[in-house]
Design a protein. Structure first.
Length: 268
């Protein structure tokens, strides 16, 4: 295939139905719906089949590289690419490409992240209390499938984006830890030692507790600084006069080698 073609999901994707026989397997992990985070393609937690009860619904065996898709409450957008062997329940679809000459496995999650795909799952879900979608309905989803050569380009770009996103997330966590450590040091060893303290919830993810001096206040940055709205307008006759300014759009002119900005306009 050398051109984009209208394709049905079920023509290039299959639902894997490998059954798990506990007595004949050394599998240690199981993944339930609660282990998948909305909008996160990576499984970061799981259950241990050797610890506690695993219900009979957990009878589907998955392998690294396959896509897990939560078929219930699809509005939660629970989907992940697994990098280990494990088992899941029959309400979690295990999906893979059925024709690698047409659809690369790495392109499948990119396809399923499309908002059009998400809206299709909502439209074709059944039930009101716990809406669900059948694979037979999912198979009818139509989309434009690019040739493999362009899928490879999309996969490369997507992986770079994911790596950048992970680095950004790690940086936020590190900054949060650094700030907490700094405050802790000041309280116990420095300026605020011996003062009355209080505990607050802070951090960008609103998940960490921080002890601070009782007289401190938690405020929004917007309460302390003023922002300049985008857009600077001036008559054409004034172009070329005044001070140089840099806008967000001008950052596209930044050279990676030395960080210099070449695109600039001027303001009187």
């Amino acid at each position: 295939m050398t051109k984009w073609q209208v394709t049905k999901f079920g023509d290039v994707v299959r639902k894997v139905k490998n059954k798990w026989v506990r007595e004949e397997s050394s599998i240690e992990r199981y993944v339930a719906g609660g282990h998948m985070d909305s909008g996160n393609l990576k499984i970061e937690r799981w259950g241990d089949v050797n610890q506690g009860y695993v219900g009979p619904a957990f009878n589907s065996l998955f392998s690294p590289g396959q896509v897990l898709f939560g078929s219930r409450r699809t509005y939660l957008k629970k989907m992940a690419v697994v990098d280990f062997e494990g088992v899941c329940s029959n309400t979690t679809f295990i999906l893979e490409s059925s024709n690698l000459e047409l659809l690369l496995q790495e392109y499948l999650p990119i396809l399923m992240l499309n908002e059009k795909f998400h809206k299709f799952t909502l439209l074709h879900s059944k039930g009101s209390v716990t809406p669900y979608i059948n694979f037979s309905d999912l198979a009818k989803y139509e989309f434009m499938l690019p040739p493999v050569s362009q899928q490879k380009i999309a996969i490369e770009l997507f992986e770079k984006f994911q790596n950048s996103l992970n680095l950004f997330s790690n940086s936020i966590y590190n900054m949060d830890d650094l700030f907490s450590g700094m405050i802790d040091h000041l309280i116990h060893n420095g300026t605020f030692r011996g003062q009355d303290l209080k505990e607050i919830t802070t951090g960008i993810f609103e998940s960490s507790k921080l002890t601070i001096p009782a007289h401190w206040e938690l405020v929004q940055l917007s309460e302390l600084v003023e922002s300049h709205k985008a857009g600077i307008f001036k008559p054409k006759k004034l172009f070329g006069a005044g001070h140089n300014i840099v806008g967000v759009a001008d950052l596209y002119g930044v050279r990676e080698i030395d960080g210099r900005i070449f695109n600039q306009v001027e303001l009187t």
